[in-house]
Design a protein around this ligand. Structure first.
Ligand SMILES: Nc1ncnc2c1ncn2[C@@H]1O[C@H](COP(=O)(O)OP(=O)(O)OP(=O)(O)O)[C@@H](O)[C@H]1O
Length: 639
């Protein structure tokens, strides 16, 4: 165990925390002085008889009170995690020589000394991201070319001012219950999550690869399209890109004018946590439907949405043809005053719709729904209507209208899991960007799990973006799951075996005769797991909500197990959930519950669902079944 190295790193953290405290002490002093000044001026103003002097003092008070006192203090997060990465360089310039640089989510000065560099400061952070341990570097920093050697690259895991993980090229050191141990190369995010018991999204400032850094620092106008298999960092890179834009171009990218659109509420919560410190609390993180509903309300369209108003018309409304019919309708008809009546009229014009959509019965049903909207019989719309209504209004208003102003001109929109949005929804989002059209779109067509959204819409959207000169980045290294899990995922999905960085145990198959037997063994394994790994988070993934409820019912007596089929929380323990709920998320361990032929048929959708479920596991995957396995898994070697 490299004790001297650990001591040195613990001392470094303690020194930096000292700098943070001095910085804050100084700032608090300045704040107090600032308050005293304002109070003094107020007293003087009250006592002054000269109106000109009164006026001057009023202006001075106003000027001083313009300062945001919070800006004087280092944000709380930095007190707990002052830095994330370190670099030991040996620069050829003797005035610099051997130097340990620290990178964090915010820069820190102690007097005139730079203690921590903000990772988004491109010039200096390029040293960290562009070069590997042992390499000779050449980098233009400031107005000079710097050369030297990278002696060490370190990723730190620090929480509440405690050093918990230190990762270097040689491996990872982990502190558990006060004791340091060495671990081989494993998923660094997973190690951090399990060491800290904090399973919210990990920011990867210290882990970003050179390719990822290249994408993060891409030009800011237009669209960046990020694709790649499960766990290769699409969402993470997109969020770091946004953080980079907000920091480096604050005049172009204002947090309150940027939007992040995620697949479901669980993913929103997962990301919001990170956006608090990586990005900013002012940033809106929404599902498409919640964003659309808010946008409509804030622009004065009095509309209520309900999950129960769809009448099975969701699939029809999500088809690409619906968008094409909408465009034709908006171009050939005059807008009524009321946008909701406009939607009703659109739905009731079967002639136009049938040019672009098939299914006579469904179109008739839609026409009836349209007439009910027009007659006021239908007070609430379905969430599936939100994108269509919003885009209809956008088409009516044109680009320069005041209404569009109210709906928002976004400086940047990040769309995650774009393959599961309909063409009308994607168009509504694109329309909401300002003239720079700055967007980051993450998608993986092999993870499309909403069968009622047709793939044609997403292909058309991508072609459109291509026409507008999008830049794209294919991420090819899978960071989340081990080689063993990714090999199974590749067998299921038919996509080539991904490049991986982590090794782990083989997936284990447990076959039982009856459901009762299977549940009894599941309960026993979970009990052992909860006792042995109290800080880990494991998901039991069922195909359907109802199945999750049933499994949870059988495990109810076990403390530490929770049922989560609507939104997720990320404390350690076991959660019983369904596959649609865990899209985009990750867990140290996954238990896949009874993946049968019916649950995961040999179809595109079945493959995608199974691929998503399997690749939520970073280290451990177990498959429990009592019914015949899906053919997608039948040929897999059974560990
Ligand atoms: N350069 C990196 N080094 C180490 N870990 C990384 C790196 N990039 C991403 N990760 C980690 O990989 C995991 C997967 O990242 P992310 O969720 O962004 O992938 P994704 O492509 O969006 O996945 P999915 O498509 O499955 O939702 C996360 O734990 C993230 O912290």
């Amino acid at each position: 165990m490299p004790e001297a190295f650990i001591n040195q790193e613990e001392q470094r953290l303690s020194d930096v925390c000292g700098s943070v405290d001095r910085y804050n002490g100084e700032r608090r002093g300045k704040l107090a002085e600032h308050d005293r000044k304002i109070k003094g001026y107020e007293v003087e103003r009250l006592e002054s008889v000269d109106p000109r002097e009164k006026d001057r003092l009023t202006k001075e008070i106003h000027r001083l009170s313009q300062y945001d006192p919070a800006k004087y203090l280092v944000p709380f997060e930095q007190l707990r995690t002052p830095y994330l990465a370190g670099l030991l360089i040996n620069d050829d310039d003797p005035r610099i020589g051997r130097k340990h640089l620290l990178f964090g989510k915010q820069g820190l000065m102690d007097g005139s000394r730079v203690v921590v560099v903000d990772w988004r400061k491109a010039e200096i952070s390029r040293l960290f991201y562009d070069w590997e341990e042992g390499e000779d570097y050449e980098e233009d920093i400031g107005d000079r070319e710097r050369t030297g050697v990278i002696e060490k690259k370190i990723a730190y895991g620090i929480q509440q001012r405690e050093l918990l993980t230190i990762q270097t090229g040689a491996g990872t050191l982990v502190k558990r219950d006060g004791l340091w141990t060495e671990q081989g190369p494993q998923n660094a995010s997973a190690i951090r999550k399990e060491a800290t018991g904090d399973h919210r999204m990990v920011d990867i400032v210290s882990l970003i690869s050179k390719d990822q850094f290249g994408l993060i620092t891409q030009q800011h106008d237009g669209c960046l399209y990020l694709t790649g298999g499960a766990g290769c960092g699409k969402t993470t890179v997109a969020l770091h890109r946004l953080s980079y834009l907000l920091f480096n171009q604050p005049e172009l990218f204002r947090p309150q004018r940027c939007l992040v659109v995620m697949f479901n509420r669980s993913l929103c919560d997962y990301v919001r946590q990170t956006s608090k410190d990586l990005l900013t609390e002012q940033l809106a993180v929404e599902t498409f439907h919640s964003w659309a509903a808010k946008a409509l309300r804030s622009s004065g369209v009095a509309v209520k949405f309900s999950a129960h108003q769809g009448q099975g018309l969701g699939p029809l409304k999500k088809q690409a043809g619906m968008y094409h019919a909408l465009v034709e309708y908006a171009a050939t008809t005059k807008a009524p005053d009321n946008p909701i009546a406009d939607l009703g009229t659109f739905y009731s014009q079967t002639d136009n719709l049938s040019k672009h959509l098939s299914g006579r019965r469904q179109l008739e049903q839609l026409a009836t729904a349209g007439e009910q909207i027009l007659s006021g019989q239908r007070g609430e719309l379905s969430f599936d209507d939100s994108g269509i209504l919003l885009h209809l209004i956008q088409l009516r208003c044109g680009k320069e209208d005041a209404f569009r102003e109210a709906l928002g001109w976004y400086d940047h929109i990040l769309i995650d899991e774009a393959q599961d949005l309909s063409l009308a929804e994607l168009k509504a989002l694109t329309f909401a960007t300002n003239k720079r059209r700055s967007m980051t779109v993450c998608a993986d067509e092999k993870q499309k799990i909403l069968d009622f959204v047709d793939g044609e819409g997403f292909s058309a959207f991508r072609m459109d973006l291509k026409g507008q000169g999008l830049s794209s980045g294919e991420l090819s290294v899978s960071y989340r799951s081990t080689a063993q899990i990714m090999a199974l995922a590749s067998r299921v999905s038919g996509r080539p075996v991904a490049q991986v960085v982590n090794e782990g145990p083989d997936p284990r198959f447990h076959r039982w005769e009856t459901e009762a037997e299977s549940l009894a063994h599941l309960a026993r394994s979970l009990r052992v797991l909860l006792a042995r790994e109290p800080k880990s988070l494991t998901a039991v993934i069922c195909r359907y909500k109802s199945e999750a409820q049933q499994v949870y019912g059988a495990l109810k007596g076990l403390s530490g197990v929770r049922l989560q089929t609507a939104a997720l929380t990320f404390e350690p323990g076991i959660l019983v959930t369904n596959v649609h709920q865990v899209k985009g998320l990750e867990f140290g361990g996954v238990i896949l519950w009874n993946p049968t032929k019916g649950a995961y048929p040999v179809t595109e959708l079945g493959k995608n669902l199974l691929y998503v479920a399997i690749t939520r596991a970073s280290n451990r995957l177990a498959i429990y079944h009592h019914d015949p396995l899906t053919d997608l898994l039948e040929t897999a070697p059974k560990g």
